[in-house]
Every structure is written in structure tokens, then in C-alpha cells.
Design a protein around this ligand. Structure first.
Ligand code: MLT
Length: 245
């Protein structure tokens, strides 16, 4: 198995992920929100690449009474139902509901991976479940970090490194397909004993703390607390395993 890492969604041509299993990694906070929402029984989550895309989805899916969710600069988009804090995604608010999720980086990254064979969303909270799913598929893997506004984000690189480390338990012969994969592995090894400190100290973590989202950082830094794999089925993320595999 070959594993490649991209630190932003702008680093690869669409066909670079064709036929592979992709995991989109946006630790702060889109991946964590997806895992929490599906764990709390949201019916489905439509990732949107822009506010305009979210609006078009809302029009098309109007009969499902979707909830508009997401952020700009970390804050709820005016007029939206929910922001981007995992704490908002309680069973009472989102159980059984269709969500349209528009975040600045994570959901954009997902919309760039249309040619992949399997498309998953990975946080620290569900890494092991994601890796088990990847092992089931057995295909080469591309790890696409959400990054931050088109640039590298340390917490996402750490998340990519953790996936590589856990994949190596299933495939000891796993090959690193590019230099970014080696860099992600290095960042993970250096910080593996204290993910919370890394998440608190990285620029996006500090920004979210300034906005008052301290508790989000603690949730997003937890390891394997949610055994749910958000998986694209058509245009939406769902939580159940792919019955065809
Ligand atoms: C993103 O997609 O960039 C994040 O989820 C932003 C955030 O922390 O809300």
C-alpha cells in the first residue's frame, strides 16, 4: 500500500486521487464536527465548497428541511442554523436531520476529491475507525489535509501522520508515496504523547481559543473516542459502512 499526503486541497490534480481511498483531514474542526454529527445520528451531511454551493444545495434539498451549518473565520455564518463547534451538534438538534456543512477548508477539501474510489472524513476522534475502513478497502491511500486558507496546518499534518502510523499496524510494508508523507510521520512521532498541547499551540488552535472555543480544542484532540467513519455516498457523508464492500 502506498500512502501520499497533501497538505492542502490545492496541491493535487483531481485525477491524482482516482481509484484510491481518500481521507480528508481537518482536525480543527470540520472532520470532528462530521464524526460527532453522524455519531449523534444526523441522517446525512452534504459538504459544500462555498456559501453559494450551500445555498444551491439548500434550494435543491428544501423538502428535507436541511440545517445550514458552518463557519467563516471560525464564527457561525449569519443566518445559518449551526456554527462549527462540535458541541452544537447534539442529538436533540441534529438527530435524523439532513445537514449542509460549509466550512472554510475542510468541506472545500472534500469537494476536491470526487475521483477517489472511497472518500472518508478523518479526525483524531475517529482515526482508528477510519484506518480500519482503509484496511478493509486495501487500496492505495491519499490523505488530503484541509490546511488553513490554502496553507499548511500543523494539526492536520499530525492527523495525517497518525493515520500513517496506525495503517502500518495493518500493512507493515506501507510505502510513503511523497515527502509530505514522511514529514507528517515525523510530526506525529514528535508530538504523539501530547496531542492536546499541539492542538492548543498551533495557530488555528490559538485563534479558536481567542474566540472562546477552548472546549472545542479538547474535544478535537481526543483520540478514538468516536467509532464512526463519515463516508461519502453520492454527494453526502453518511455514517454506516459501505454495504457493497
Ligand atoms: C475549516 O474548515 O477551516 C475549519 O473547520 C474552520 C473552523 O475551525 O471552524
Amino acid at each position: 500500500m502506498i500512502v501520499e499526503v497533501y497538505f492542502t486541497p490545492y496541491e493535487f490534480a483531481p485525477d491524482a486521487v482516482a481509484g484510491k481511498t481518500v481521507a480528508v483531514i481537518d482536525i480543527l474542526r470540520a472532520s470532528t464536527v462530521s464524526a460527532v454529527a453522524l455519531s449523534n445520528k444526523a441522517k446525512e451531511i452534504y459538504p459544500a465548497g462555498s456559501l453559494e454551493h450551500a445555498e444551491r444545495l439548500a434550494d435543491r434539498l428544501a423538502d428535507r428541511k436541511p440545517l445550514l451549518c458552518g463557519e467563516r473565520e471560525g464564527r457561525i455564518v449569519p443566518g445559518y442554523d449551526l456554527g462549527n463547534s462540535p458541541l452544537e451538534y447534539t442529538p436533540e438538534k441534529i438527530g435524523g436531520r439532513t445537514l449542509i456543512h460549509c466550512s472554510t477548508n475542510g468541506t472545500v477539501a472534500m469537494t476536491a476529491t470526487g475521483q477517489a474510489a472511497h472518500r472518508l472524513m478523518a479526525g483524531l476522534v475517529n482515526t482508528r475507525a477510519v484506518v480500519e475502513e482503509m484496511a478493509r478497502y486495501g487500496l492505495d491511500v491519499a490523505l488530503v489535509c484541509g490546511g488553513k486558507d490554502g496553507a499548511f496546518a500543523l494539526e492536520d499534518a499530525f492527523g495525517a501522520g497518525r493515520i500513517i502510523a496506525l495503517l502500518a499496524e495493518y500493512f507493515p510494508e506501507v510505502l510513503l508515496g511523497n515527502d509530505h508523507a514522511g514529514t507528517a510521520e515525523y510530526i506525529y512521532e514528535k508530538n504523539r504523547d501530547d496531542p492536546l498541547t499541539l492542538v492548543r499551540d498551533c495557530p488555528h488552535g490559538r485563534y479558536l481559543a481567542d474566540l472562546g472555543f477552548h472546549e472545542d480544542l479538547e474535544i478535537c484532540a481526543q483520540l478514538d473516542t468516536i467509532p464512526v467513519v463519515p463516508r461519502m455516498a453520492g454527494e453526502a457523508l453518511v455514517g454506516a459502512k459501505d454495504p457493497a464492500d
